[in-house]
Design a binder for this molecule. Structure first.
Ligand SMILES: Cc1cc2nc3c(=O)[nH]c(=O)nc-3n(C[C@H](O)[C@H](O)[C@H](O)COP(=O)(O)OP(=O)(O)OC[C@H]3O[C@@H](n4cnc5c(N)ncnc54)[C@H](O)[C@@H]3O)c2cc1C
Length: 353
């Protein structure tokens, strides 16, 4: 009897230990970008994606930087999404600027302590710069540009400039590291809050020495002061292509965007011709946008351009060539000369208040 009880206890114990060694609570770390004391909307979308990979709202946000703006951003992060369970802040002058080398070291450090099952960043220049380096330090393969999460280790991402979708199964070790397309994980305004703020914790940086800084050095950042919405998150985007012919004519697109409260986009041909800076480029090698309304003037609709805007809710195209491929994805198409259409629109649209 005693032997049977002992064997039973032993069996139960072995089951328990098997469970505890195989079962891992899913918990996700989001690398968040912040600016002016707020977490960027694309990083809030990364939290939205993380909720599908985390049990019981166990999403941690990692923020780094220095000074009061980091603290403000941490407070914003703590209540930016109901799935946030904690905010980890790393306040150091070594992390003031988002240089990939120290940030990747930071992610490595935080992962060693937190043992997260997943690490996610939005698929912008910030995430694309840091996440692959951090993945190399952690010796795992990252999966980029995820547009759908169909399981804790199964993801969908576009390939061939968005002409096909690929299902990727992650079979590597922890953590599984992803960049997500923020346009595929929109955050509804009602979701965009927590009833009470999540705790804010400091990351222990005592082991973070000069060596972690790597070889890159911050020189300067230049950004344009504009009242226009950010291209990546705008509700309306007005885009101009090579059909505008020169930089002077492109100003019509800017005026129209101003009247509509829209962001300005451009094709690569327009950027390469010097009409506008390359931060306005939409497409495979530019920004990925999915606004409620996308209006394209003088854009042919090359696959590399479509890769960046085909998920827009309503697409309007104006082109003088009725066979232009843009009309195949447009909800409303107007075959006409943009030099007649845009001035008419500018005249008929009221001034923005
Ligand atoms: C690896 C790679 C990556 C690329 N990445 C991108 C990318 O990210 N984004 C991107 O946009 N492109 C990208 N491209 C370039 C892409 O292939 C096209 O060359 C580019 O998108 C064409 O830009 P466009 O439509 O402005 O010019 P065009 O193809 O020259 O089209 C101009 C259009 O304007 C119309 N037009 C001319 N005059 C008027 C008028 N008066 N009124 C109305 N319509 C008029 C013409 O009918 C024409 O359809 C990439 C290419 C490669 C190889």
């Amino acid at each position: 009897m005693a032997i049977r009880a002992l064997l039973g206890a032993f069996r139960d114990r072995s089951i328990t230990s098997r469970i505890s060694s195989n079962y891992r609570l899913l918990s996700t770390l989001v690398l968040a970008e912040h600016e002016g004391g707020s977490v960027k909307a694309s990083s809030v979308s990364a939290v939205e994606a993380a909720k599908y990979l985390s049990e019981d709202n166990s999403v941690s946000i990692l923020l780094a930087g220095s000074g009061p703006s980091l603290q403000e951003a941490a407070e914003h992060a703590a209540s930016c999404h109901p799935s946030v369970s904690q905010v980890l802040t790393s306040d150091s002058d070594k992390l003031t600027y988002p240089l990939a080398e120290p940030w990747a070291r930071l992610v490595h450090l935080v992962q060693q302590k937190g043992n997260y099952s997943h690490i996610i960043a939005a698929s912008g220049s910030f995430g694309k710069n840091i996440l692959p380096r951090a993945a190399a330090l952690l010796d795992v393969s990252p999966i980029t540009d995820v547009t759908e999460i169909s399981g804790s280790n199964q993801f969908i991402r576009p390939i061939y400039a968005g002409n096909a979708l690929c299902t990727v199964k992650y079979t590597g070790s922890n953590p599984c590291m992803l960049t997500i397309r923020s346009t595929s994980f929109p955050v509804a305004p009602s979701d965009n809050a927590r009833s009470s703020a999540a705790p804010i914790l400091q990351v222990d940086l005592s082991t973070f020495g000069e060596d972690e800084m790597g070889k890159s050095r911050y020189i300067r950042q230049s950004s344009q002061d504009t009242e226009r919405p950010d291209l990546g998150n705008a509700r309306v985007v007005v885009t101009g292509g090579r059909g505008l012919k020169n930089a002077e004519n492109f100003k019509m697109i800017e005026k129209l965007a101003e009247k509509l409260g829209a962001a300005v986009g451009a094709t690569r041909a327009a950027v390469d011709a010097g009409f506008v800076p390359n931060e306005l480029q939409v497409g495979q090698t530019g920004k990925i946008v999915a606004p409620e309304l996308y209006i394209a003037f003088g854009v042919s609709g090359a696959i590399q351009h479509l890769a960046g805007m085909r998920d827009s809710k309503v697409i309007v195209a104006v082109n003088k060539d009725s066979d232009a491929p843009i009309f195949q994805v447009a909800d409303y198409g107007l075959v006409g000369d943009l030099f007649e259409v845009i001035p008419e629109l500018l005249q008929k649209l009221p001034e923005k208040k």
